[in-house]
Write a protein of this length. Structure first.
Length: 177
């Protein structure tokens, strides 16, 4: 039987963020995954937090590729009676990928960053669909949504990045009042 989320609401929320991170980390080609937004102090720290070797060009050519799991909105409602409630957590998840117009490498499945960008969402969506409870017996999510997609200039203005706003709403049931 799967474990139950910790009844302490602070620990429960940390478990949920970690479960999202751990599932996303199983995706091939996903970059660093942070369970909170990061605000690096300088370019060196930013590169460490947000880049990985380009999947085609290698380590000498880092590419922006990272995920940030934001602070969830939280609501509460009745569950079975006034003595028990459920919590609903809606997590904003941001996926950012540097732009590369063309990748040519035998055996690499994506021909461009645009293909990889939508491919990562489609794979993440499927993965979450297969893991509706995130490994816990008292929660279930309402599927990964892609709420917004855009191209954003990098801080140096030299290129652009693909940016997707995803969301995952999770219901946790049976909390004693």
């Amino acid at each position: 039987m799967p474990p139950t989320l910790d009844p302490d609401p602070v620990l429960m929320e940390r478990q949920l963020a970690a479960a999202i991170r751990d599932l996303l980390a199983t995706l091939p080609h996903i970059g660093p995954i942070h369970t909170r937004e990061r605000f690096p102090d300088d370019d060196v720290a930013a590169a460490q937090l947000t880049t990985m070797p380009d999947p085609v060009l290698g380590a000498d050519n880092p590419i922006t590729n990272y995920v940030e799991i934001g602070l969830p909105s939280v609501s509460e409602g009745p569950y079975t009676s006034d003595l028990n409630t459920f919590l609903t957590f809606t997590y904003p998840i941001t996926y950012t990928l540097g732009v590369s117009d063309s990748w040519a490498k035998p055996g690499f499945e994506f021909a461009s960053s645009g293909e990889m960008f939508i491919g990562m969402y489609m794979r993440a969506r499927k993965l979450f669909k297969e893991h509706r409870t995130l490994g816990y017996d008292n929660c279930e999510h309402q599927f990964l949504q892609q709420d917004n997609v855009s191209l954003a200039p990098t801080p140096d203005g030299a290129s652009v990045e693909h940016v997707a706003d995803w969301s995952l709403t999770i219901n946790v049931a049976g909390l004693a009042r």
